[in-house]
Design a protein around this ligand. Structure first.
Ligand code: CP
Ligand code: NVA
Length: 335
């Protein structure tokens, strides 16, 4: 039987994503008590977490999620593994599959995630790659639903770099039915393949270069760092191009009066967002961070529970944001 990988939002059908979010809301309502009785995860199940890049939220929320589900986790740094000395991802996948029940990978090379998934016989979960961050956007959609009700038909504005998190927001527009308006500099807009995919899926995704136009009448304004992990070069140039897309009071004023502000964190106050916005009354960033834990539990429960709805037609392997495997650019934002 094929393992249930959670690789990308576009790789899963909307019913599966909906079921995971419904579970996340239910798990939050249930709190920490008696969770293992309610979900069908083998007690003592083990999650391996390979992080090639730093993490606070993803790492801790997966670890706590596994604990609350009645399992345990092992944090692995590639520098301490034989991967660091050239053992292949494929062999690592084969071996880890003999020990653990699921694997989370954070990597700057999306192709590694796909290779791991291709050779693992246990579920593989995308803990962020250079191309996407699906767990984050699941938590973001959950947070929107908590604050404002159904996200279907709502308008989300993304300002700044069309990075990995933005790509998952594009995927989500197709699967959850919200309109996405991206305000980005020309140099950092989404790659054409991603926009063509959104169009073919019937998603409402628009790209413009005016931050206030992007934010106009939005129910939610989202941004992220201007320099992502792996974007080491030419930070000054990036920042100067992205400066006009800072989320400040004027941008929030263009959105609906009751619009919420989201940021996956870590944030750089004074760059992509002003302190008065991220620390202000419209910001929901702490609930957003908290919901990573709820969504992680629901994703793990789905991956580890064979009795739940199965992935289907959207295909467990199909992802538009996959640069490396399909010879596309490795980065979502155009360079
Ligand atoms: N938002 C997010 O993924 O945070 P970390 O990098 O701390 O995991
Ligand atoms: N776009 C950011 C997200 C961090 C959670 C990065 O990739 O560094």
């Amino acid at each position: 039987m094929q393992p249930r990988h959670f690789l990308d939002i576009d790789a899963l059908p909307r019913q599966t994503l909906r079921a995971i979010l419904d579970d996340a809301h239910a798990m939050k309502a249930l709190g920490r008590s008696h969770l293992p009785d309610k979900v069908n995860v083998r007690q003592g199940a083990v999650l391996a977490m390979i992080f090639e890049q730093p993490s606070t939220r993803t790492r801790v929320s997966f670890e706590v999620a596994m604990h609350e589900l009645g399992g345990t986790s092992i944090m692995l740094s590639p520098a301490d593994m034989q991967i660091g000395r050239g053992e292949t991802i494929a062999d690592t996948a084969r071996v880890l599959s003999r020990y653990v029940d699921a694997i989370v990978l954070r990597t700057g090379t999306h192709g590694k995630l796909l290779e791991l998934a291709a050779h693992a016989t246990v579920p593989v979960i995308n803990g962020l790659t250079n191309l996407s961050h699906p767990c984050q956007v699941m938590a973001d959609v959950m947070t929107f639903e908590e604050k404002k009700g159904s996200i279907e038909g709502a308008t989300v504005a993304w300002l700044g770099d069309a990075n990995n998190v933005a790509a998952s927001w594009v995927h989500g527009a197709a699967r959850f039915g919200y309109a996405l308006k991206l305000g980005c500099p020309e140099k950092f807009k989404p790659v054409p393949e991603l926009l063509s995919w959104a169009k073919a899926e019937g998603a409402s995704v628009k790209v413009g270069h005016d931050p206030h136009a992007a934010a106009r009448n939005a129910d939610c304004v989202v941004t992220d760092v201007w320099v992502s992990m792996g974007d080491g070069e030419d930070k000054k140039k990036r920042k100067s191009l992205l400066k006009p897309f800072q989320v400040d009071r004027a941008v929030m004023a263009a959105a609906k009066p009751d619009a919420i502000f989201m940021h996956c964190l870590p944030a750089h106050r004074g760059d992509e967002v002003t302190a008065e916005v991220i620390d202000g009354p419209q910001s929901v960033v702490w609930d957003e961070a908290e919901n990573r834990l709820q969504v992680q539990k629901a994703i793990l429960a789905w991956c580890l529970d064979a009795s739940r709805a199965s992935p289907s037609s959207a295909g467990s392997s199909g992802s538009v944001a996959r640069g490396a495997a399909k010879g596309r650019p490795e980065r979502v934002g155009a360079k």
